[in-house]
Design a protein around this ligand. Structure first.
Ligand code: F6R
Length: 242
């Protein structure tokens, strides 16, 4: 079942996404929530923080698993996804620090880290809802367009375009991470529910290809058409070509 939810703008999209996540937090005794970084989910995280502050949402039994992390960046680096998640959500709610999970960017051994993270995700007993954003090229997490879908957590080389886009955040290009750890498509598809949020005109073509076109690893998000319960939450601009 794929449900396309059209909203007016970024705020409405964010509220809808936050509602879907809050529902899982309220309805499960030990909620397991999959989270994403990037600009798309920031508004939804603000809503969740607001509901927590108003006393309407409790994170004390919530476990989170994040999609990805740069390899080689320590947690305290402001560009790390660990830092992003604490800055934009975890530091503002009552989640237990030991319930927060991301790939460990400082683990030098990709094989060991990927196996460890797959085990972490499996040991939660299953993700109730996984939040995703989508790249302009249809990527989900760091799973870029390719000839095949990835299975478990894997270590990916960043594309030169990503390195170029990120170098402004670092002292020099040499400091930009070259690799990242990411959940695989198989890991993501194992979540019971998935919510993917997309906004902006620049992603409208890819939205059309991913959710109405053929399922292909050339557009990684298209695999979501085969998931049993996925919510595609779009603003007006992202939905404009549907
Ligand atoms: C984030 C992630 C990425 C982003 C995607 C969209 O953890 O894995 O796939 O979801 O690149 O990024 P934004 O939201 O910045 O457009």
């Amino acid at each position: 079942m794929m449900k396309i939810i059209r909203t007016k703008n970024y705020d409405e999209m964010s509220e809808k996404v936050a509602e879907l996540i809050a529902k899982e937090i309220r309805e499960n005794e030990h909620p397991v929530i999959g989270l994403a970084t990037g600009s798309t989910p920031i508004g939804a995280y603000k809503k969740l923080i607001q509901w927590y502050e108003e006393g309407n949402l409790d994170f004390s039994d919530v476990t989170t698993v994040n999609l990805d992390e740069y390899k080689g960046l320590p947690r305290e680096n402001e560009q790390s996804y660990w830092y992003f998640m604490h800055d934009n959500l975890f530091d503002h709610v009552n989640i237990r620090p030991d319930h927060v999970n991301l790939p460990d960017g400082m683990n030098d051994d990709p094989e060991a880290e990927c196996a460890r993270y797959d085990q972490v995700v499996a040991s939660t007993g299953g993700v109730h809802i996984q939040l995703l954003g989508m790249g302009h090229n249809g990527h989900i997490a760091f799973n870029e367009p390719s000839d095949s879908f990835t299975r478990g957590t894997n270590c990916v080389a960043l594309q030169q375009s990503t390195i170029d886009a990120n170098k402004r955040f670092f002292e020099s290009e040499a400091d930009v991470p070259r690799y990242a750890y990411t959940m695989g498509i198989g890991t993501i598809m194992a979540a019971k529910k998935i919510v993917i949020a997309v906004n902006g005109r620049a992603k409208a073509e890819t939205v059309k290809a991913a959710f109405t076109g053929p399922v292909t690893p050339r557009v990684p998000a298209s695999i979501l058409q085969f998931h049993p319960e996925v919510y595609v939450v779009l603003d007006e601009e992202a939905a404009s070509l549907l």
